[in-house]
Design a protein around this ligand. Structure first.
Ligand SMILES: [Zn+2]
Length: 330
């Protein structure tokens, strides 16, 4: 899999351009910014790492989580997502224009991973995808017949329309508000690439805990700050993109937070396939100086790069990580 296949440069560059305009429009002054403790371990000793587009990124001295601090308040973030040009572009262009490539490369494999988890021939009673977006993943879950009831949790009204047109039952609200509607109802929930966006990851997990049935499961993915492309590119990484990406956990720090929120971690892995490709592309586009070894690596032949990528995935060193966790007591 290549970055260009799932994140075409032309579309992604336009998105990054709009995100910069959004920042000027929504965050030109820091009114409404608040200081927070570490989103993973709740301690507050940090080292300042860098500033990007006016947002400060700090790293927790204790657990290594990288996060925006101070950050826009929950209300400012919600207002931003409701009115931002970059988010609208993502929903209207990115999802639509990349749907078929992403279906093949991302969503089918993802649905097969869920099938493996559920067990062939078995069915989950109630399944919910949090941040269901364009519904391509749910399409694949439905095709495989993995659940009796499928719920799409999606706060955006534009995307809710798309999901309804695809025939899904939509809970059009933020997960943080779903407790009263879905309490103890969901047997398996999924959330892909959402955690890095939320104001309070703790509140996010606590809200998922509320909607899960006893011993219910959550499978989620997010960025791993200890992964290769983030470690090499650091502040130059396009994934470090405020105000969209606020939280960068690592395997250990996410586990700390999950435990605090009443989850038992069953399995973690870093199935990423793009680290080396992302470093290669970003270096050539932005003329970034990287160390001698990385330079050697990104200029090596395709088989060497692919082998190195497998090594990263197998050793928890990819920037894309996945968790399988179970509701426990809190
Ligand atoms: Zn911490």
């Amino acid at each position: 899999m290549k970055e260009e296949e799932i994140r075409p440069k032309k579309i992604f560059d336009e998105y990054l351009k709009l995100a910069k305009e959004d920042i000027k429009q929504h965050f030109s002054n820091k009114r409404g910014f608040v200081n927070i403790n570490c989103p993973a371990c709740n301690k507050n000793e940090t080292s300042f790492e860098f500033e990007k587009d006016g947002f400060s990124y700090v790293q927790c001295n204790d657990c290594g989580t990288l996060y925006v601090n101070p950050r826009p308040s929950e209300e400012v973030i919600r207002n931003f997502y409701g009115h931002s040009k970059s988010t609208k572009y993502w929903a209207e262009h990115f999802y639509k224009e990349t749907e078929e490539q992403r279906r093949e490369k991302i969503f089918k494999p993802r649905a097969l991973m869920i099938q493996d988890f559920v067990g062939k021939g078995k069915k989950i009673n109630t399944f919910a995808d949090i941040g269901a977006g364009y519904g391509t993943f749910l399409d694949e879950v439905r095709k495989l017949g993995l659940a009796k009831n499928i719920l799409a949790i999606e706060p955006s009204s534009d995307l809710a329309v798309v999901l309804k047109n695809k025939g899904f039952e939509v809970i059009q609200m933020l997960i943080e508000k779903c407790g009263s509607v879905l309490e103890n109802k969901v047997n398996l929930a999924t959330s892909f690439e959402l955690l890095e966006h939320v104001f309070s990851p703790q509140k996010f997990f606590e809200s998922v805990w509320e909607i899960l049935a006893e011993n219910g499961y959550l499978i989620f993915t997010t960025l791993n700050i200890n992964g290769f492309d983030l470690q090499v590119l650091w502040d130059k990484s396009n994934s470090i993109s405020p105000p969209h990406h606020l939280n960068f956990f690592n395997l250990g720090s996410a586990k700390i937070l999950l435990k605090r929120c009443g989850f038992k971690t069953i399995k973690t892995f870093t199935p990423g396939k793009l680290d080396v490709d992302i470093v290669k592309n970003t270096c050539s586009e932005q003329n970034i100086e990287v160390g001698r070894f990385v330079k050697l690596l990104i200029n090596s032949d395709e088989a060497t790069r692919a082998n190195f990528q497998s090594f990263l995935s197998e050793n928890n060193l990819s920037s894309h990580m996945c968790f399988v966790v179970q509701k426990s007591t809190r």
